[in-house]
Every structure is written in C-alpha cells, then in structure tokens.
Design a protein around this ligand. Sequence first.
Ligand code: CA
Length: 504
Amino acid sequence: MKNGVLFQYFEWNLPADSQLWNQLARDASHLAEIGVSAVWIPPAYKGSGIEDVGYAVYDLYDFGEFDQKGTVPTKYGTRAELENAIRALHDNGIEVILDTVLNHRMNGDAPERFMAQPVDSGDRLKDIGEPREIEAFTDFEFKGRGDKYSPFKWHWQHFAGVDYDNLTGDKCIFRIIGPGKGWSQGVDKENGNYDYLMGNDVDVNNPEVADELLNWGRWTLDSFGFDGFRMDAVKHIDNPFTKRFLEEMRGHTGRDLYYVSEYWSKDPEALGGFIEATGGVTDLFDVPLHFNFFDAAQQGDKYDMRHLLDGSLAQSDATHAVTFVDNHDSQPGGGLASNVDDWFKPLAYGLILLMREGYPVIFYGDYYSVSRKAHDGDADDKVETDNAGDELVRDASPHRRIIDLLLEVRRRFAFGDQTLVFDHPNTVALVRHGDAEHPGSGLVLLLANGDAGTKHICLGKEHAGETWREFTGSIHDTLTLDADGCADFRVDGRNLAVWVPADA
Ligand code: CA
C-alpha cells in the first residue's frame, strides 16, 4: 500500500461509555483526509464487562449483541454501532483491522476440576512437586448467547494451563494434564516455554479448539467484512497454528487480507525466527525500534543517534515492519509501560512517517489524547471518572499538530529513493530524493537530540539554485541550494526539521 498509514483507534484508559464506534464513524472522513489507509480497532468482543479494554476475552462471538457479563454493549458500543462504523470507514476507502485475541480466555462461568502439574514460573518446563487435582473457572457456557453463531462450549480440556487453584487459593502456573496435552513447542523461549501468558491458556493443538477458532475467523470475516487482523500475543501461540489460521482466512475470503502481529520482543532474532516459522504470512510490529525511541528519549543528548535504527525490523526486514512510537501497552501505566517521552515523540513520528521503510502506525493516545490516573496539581485538567471510581485526567494531545504536518509531508513529499546521513551522535538526517510521479517531491529530515546543528547535504546538480523551506515552522528562513545542489540544512536543538522544496 503506497504510503499507507495505520491508525490505532484506542488507548487503554478510554471512558467506558460505549461511544467509540459512534465516534469512529463520525471521524471516518477526517481520517481519510489525513491519509489513514487502515484503522486498527480494539478487541471488539465481550470480556469481563463494560470496563474491559477487550483483552480479557470471554466470548469472541459477542460484539456487543448479547446480555452477558452484565452488559449488552462492550466498552466501545453495540454490534450495530460497530457495523455502522465499519460501513463509514469502508465508504471512505479505509480498511478495518480487528484486534484478535486467540491466546487466552478469562471470566469463565463456572469452576471445573481437573488434574494439573504446577510448574516453575521462571522455567515452565520444570515441574514443581506432584500433579494434583485443582479447580478453575474453565467452564464457558455463554448462556446469554446460547448456540447462536456457534454451539461450542469451552471446558478444561480446551485449555493448556491456568494460574490459579480455586480449591486452595494457590497462585502458580499449572500445566493441565490430559491425553495429548502439554505446552506448545512453537512459542517464545523466554521462561523456558512462553506458551502461558494469562488466564485460561487456549490449547490450539486440541483439534476441537482449532476447528472452533477457524470457524470463528470465517464467521467474523463473513459477518463484518474486516480487512485483516492484528494478532495479539503471537509469541505465546504455537507458530504453526498462527500460520494456518492466517492462511486459511485468506483462502476462505479469497482476499489479500492484511495481517500484523504483536510479538513483544526487542530481539531481532526472535522476530526473524517468527517470520520464518510463519512463512512471512504476517507483518510484525517493530518493537526494537520502539525501544530505541524509548532509550533515546530517556538518555537525551547522551544517546548516540547514529544507532537509532540498529536492530530494528525496519532495517532487517522492512517489508514486514510495522513501525510505531507507542501503543495501549506502552502508554503510561500500561501493561508494558515504556512510554516514549513527549520531547522525543515529534522526532520519532518524523522518522516513521517520512522514511521509506515500514508501515507506520499513529497511536490514538498521541493524536487525540491519553488518559492517565489523576495526580496532584492537575486542577486545570479536564477530569472524568471511570466506572471504577478512579479519577482520570484527559489532556488534549500536544502532538496532533506535528503529526498532521508530518502526514501532509508524507502525502506530498515523502517519495523516491532514500539516503541516511547518520554520521553524528547528536544530529542525523534522512533524505528522500523524490520521484518523477510526484513533481517537486523530496525532503530532508533532520533529527537533533542535543544542540541546534546543521548538516551539509548535497541533493545533486539537478537541484541547483532551488529554494527550500522548513515545513513544521521551527525555522523561518529559507535556504538556497548552491550550484552543486548542496546546502547547510539547519535544525533546532532537541527538535526535528523537515525541509522541502519551497515552490512545491
Ligand atoms: Ca498460549
């Protein structure tokens, strides 16, 4: 997709007012105008209740349609409102990517007893003590939905592990014992074997489970017309199953569905191993690049900017890289909190939106706002209360202006070949040379984490005498390229500068 942009349309602390689908429908034409090609929507099915962000999955078939877990709508709205939002996005040429959580189930209806082996949480291949009978909430009856869409009911046999024994109150990881059961092999090797993440771990190697998940995938694509999936927690799911699921969904629809998967690791070899094991069927979030941004923001001018792309998927396997700055997990207070400090965000968005490599993501929290738990001294902030009674503070995002400008640069100038000028620890540059299809395109991006600086860059004799200007408004003087097409491009301290041809 040429210069596409993916928009993550949620953050962790959105109000539980069931209004997100309505807001998204109203926002569709604006998103199209700024160049968004696809929207990643949160897990849209029933979890623990109205407050659930969506990852504590109860019923994958309940998109806000049935009275279950104390509510018909989800945190984001009803099924009909979701369908309306999808229609609005499609009418505006925007794809809809569903966040898809297959690794675990939570909020079971009733306890069941079964045999299980306690294991060492730091090395799940190591048993601790004797197997014993335990009790856990592994019985999923879906009484509010009944057999509509699927008669399948979940029981302990369909799971591989739990982390709680309801008989003794013991909290520990238990591997469920039964014929053909055991941890999946095609998972991350952290903690010996990282099949188990949370809740009731779904046993994708149980043929009944595999059939049911494939059935759900076909149903959800047929019912909603989603254009792809954002696969949650794939490092905890047997790789062959992820590959099979994604391939069969493309086969079922006959469409080139778009896939991006969350493999939360900054180890490029782990990401490469997953891409190989799944035959390249899915793109991956560029987690190493996110952590480079995080480190750079933390370290200020001590960070060596020449290494900003080191170890990233954008560098090692650009065709599979989905680049992002922050998300619902890395945001302040999130499950994987590693929030990129505000001062560095414009630089990070400048890089992902203007470089050639990667499919960039804009995070709702960076574009609109992110809510955080109230702190002292925020008297002027807009305060709302979530249903749990915690005070949340909602600020307007300080980053929307710069993201809008960068999106405009992306649409108008970010074309053609690329040269990286990563030659100084505090000031680096990226040049897009433009292409014939977009007359007047091309740009020079400078990123500085220390003092203001300049960089001598030559764009070629064909640019001799051109006047260039700084697009974000940080520098008002224009500059003129000399007879060789060279100039000293400036950037302010701890900022970015985006130079483009002034006549375009
Ligand atoms: Ca698992």
